[in-house]
Design a binder for this molecule. Structure first.
Ligand code: ADP
Ligand code: MG
Length: 366
């Protein structure tokens, strides 16, 4: 396994890119540490597959370097990079048996026969392919085919890394959950560097120790699920992570804080200083629905809101509120009574985030 380092990487599919929007990867650097279980999370089209293909060598980047354990591999072929890649759709040999499909990468690597058998049996058992091991691949169901495809990626524990590109797309939901657990189990067993691409935050957080959130061709945050939740580094992370996402409100600077409509929101000293020092007019405050303080009584530092809707989701409720011109959401416990059509919300200072040009203003203790 290897540490994978991307240095000033950029990629455009156009031969004559004229601006950032022509880049699938906008210049960025990143390190995938050795032995980690990582997710690369982002919406469709943000550049996830492009990045994996650059790491595995299927694609040569327009700019920048790819290093494995500090050695530049830009010129190495995919084969010489020793990376296993599992794609969205099964890549298997239909005319071969499941056994031979799984054994293929090992035979290629020159592994002795007895060892191949042991390894294939081990992976087949984990993926529950034992019963079809000697069937021809072409007769398998779509789920089984993808399991074989994943198995082909997983049999070799001598690879630098295993890259998964939305591998569970074709798998039915029940099995998805199970396979994700198995991948995690395999990671714990073999400690191979794994990068798992998905656009599903739940999938990302159940598989990975650390998640890289990608947006418009760049990794905008790399952190634990908790860090992404509690301290989104970019408004996109706030919006994309969480259910529902972060409330984001456009604001203007005023003395002591920021303002929207007729409401003034106090900021911390650090946040105030940041607004004073930045010439930008693109200022937002952000607060997660879970962290809004919702009360039936007014008090200091609360804002009067109109209750538009209360959606009871069992263990919690989502309350849709109108605060001046802003529609905001609060997430409260199931036993939290919302009486009448007016509530008072507070923004607890530790959860009130400030974004300038979409990026978080870090508090000093961060
Ligand atoms: P993701 O995997 O996150 O959905 P991709 O890496 O596939 O995103 O695509 C990133 C961007 O690059 C998209 O705008 C996509 O349309 C474009 N793109 C991907 N592959 C090609 C290609 N072979 N030729 C031209 N543009 C491409
Ligand atoms: Mg993709």
């Amino acid at each position: 396994m290897a540490e994978i380092q991307l240095n000033s990487l950029a990629h455009s599919y156009s031969k004559t890119p004229s601006g950032p929007e022509d880049y699938a990867i906008r210049q960025m650097s990143h390190v995938w540490h050795k032995g980690g279980a990582y997710a690369l999370l982002g919406p469709s089209g943000c550049g996830k597959s492009t990045m994996l293909n650059i790491i595995s060598g299927l694609l040569a980047p327009s700019e920048g370097e790819v290093l494995f354990d500090n050695v530049k591999v830009n010129e190495l072929s995919p084969k010489d990079r020793n990376i296993a890649q599992v794609f969205q759709f099964p890549v298997i040999y239909d005319s071969m048996t499941v056994y031979d499909n799984l054994a293929f990468p090992l035979r290629n690597a020159g592994m002795p026969k007895a060892k191949i058998q042991a390894k294939v049996d081990e992976i087949a058992a984990i993926l529950e392919l034992g019963e079809v091991l000697h069937n021809k691949a072409k007769n398998l169901t779509a789920d089984e085919k993808q399991k074989v495809s994943m198995g082909r990626g997983l049999v070799r524990d001598d690879v630098s890394a295993i890259l998964f590109d939305e591998p569970l797309t074709v798998i039915d939901p029940q099995l998805k959950w199970k396979l994700r657990r198995k991948l995690k189990q395999i990671h714990e067993q073999f400690n191979i560097t794994m990068v798992y691409v998905t656009h599903d935050q739940l999938e990302a957080s159940t598989f990975a120790d650390k998640i890289a959130v990608m947006y418009e061709g760049q990794i905008v945050q790399f952190g634990t699920p908790r860090e992404l939740f509690e301290r989104p580094n970019h408004t996109f992370v706030g919006y994309f992570i969480g259910s529902p996402g972060m409330n984001l409100i456009d604001v203007e600077r005023v003395s002591g804080g920021v303002r929207f409509d007729d409401f003034t929101v106090a900021l911390s000293q650090v946040q105030q200083r940041a607004t004073e020092h930045s010439p930008s007019q693109n200022l937002k405050i952000g607060i997660r629905p879970e962290f809004l303080h919702v009360s039936n009584q007014p008090s200091d530092d609360t804002f009067k809101c109109k209750v538009k809707d209360v959606e009871d989701l069992g263990t919690y409720k989502i309350v849709s509120l109108q605060l001046g011109s802003q529609a905001i959401l609060a997430r409260v416990d199931e036993d939290h009574e919302i009486a009448g059509d007016t509530v008072y919300v507070g923004f607890p200072p530790q959860w009130l985030k400030l974004y300038i040009d979409e990026f978080l203003v870090e508090e000093q203790d961060a």
